[in-house]
Write a protein that binds this ligand. Sequence first.
Ligand SMILES: NC(=O)c1ccc[n+]([C@@H]2O[C@H](COP(=O)([O-])OP(=O)(O)OC[C@H]3O[C@@H](n4cnc5c(N)ncnc54)[C@H](OP(=O)(O)O)[C@@H]3O)[C@@H](O)[C@H]2O)c1
Length: 238
Amino acid sequence: MDDTTIALVTGANKGIGLEVARLLGRAGATVLIGARDPGRGAAAAGTLRDEGLTVHELQLDVTDPASVAAAARRVEEDHGRLDVLVNNAGILVGWARPADLSVDDVRLAFETNVFGVVAVTNAMLPLLRRSRAGRIVNVSSSMGSLTRLAAPDSGIPMMAYSASKAALNGLTVAYAADLREAGITVNSADPGYCATDLNGHTGPRTPAQGATVVVRLALLGDDASSGGFHDDDGPVPW
Ligand SMILES: NC(=O)c1ccc[n+]([C@@H]2O[C@H](COP(=O)([O-])OP(=O)(O)OC[C@H]3O[C@@H](n4cnc5c(N)ncnc54)[C@H](OP(=O)(O)O)[C@@H]3O)[C@@H](O)[C@H]2O)c1
């Protein structure tokens, strides 16, 4: 098996995902730029290739089963395995108070932020099992920390998004337990509040700053811990 790390980042055409792809590429990985829109994926891959990085665009809509299956087939054909999966693709929907939120808004958030992660992870797991040390990072949020949301001064949560990220953390714990024997680590990362399209560029952090904890968890060494939730400063309460 050749030593090059093969990494797939979902939603890598912009924002934090693009920066994760850039940092993984700089670390020497071959990075597959998951993007639901082929044009946006090709543009992002072109930018990173111009920087001298080894990247390939990969059409991947995490909510489309046919797209997920085709992406897994493509990774199998082109690389035969996967070493790193970063489940980064995510959406922020449902700004209304919980009592005014529609079921459709909640469902929409879960389709991408939770069910999409299950679909992509399960499709890629046979390839991750062929890695010497598979690494999965789920890009979560402090808004998925039930401990923080339940604090008296935390205000009213954005329910659809917060609940979807809390559920994502539930996936992290479950997959981590299931894959421990296989030597595949699964961790949640909180990138912090970063200026991206997701929030109208209101965050004080840059996407590159948000990407660092994600990449750290994606490149954990042999003594890697699994089943955790981390930001740049350390563990985040569930
Ligand atoms: N920004 C923050 O402050 C912050 C804080 C905590 C956590 N996060 C998390 O960080 C992750 C990245 O967010 P971001 O801030 O970088 O947002 P962003 O700039 O809006 O990027 C989101 C990415 O996800 C992609 N995406 C959305 N739905 C998809 C789908 N069905 N299939 C494939 N890709 C899809 C988008 O693709 P298109 O370009 O095609 O829309 C885009 O590439 C998300 O999981 C978000 O919840 C962000």
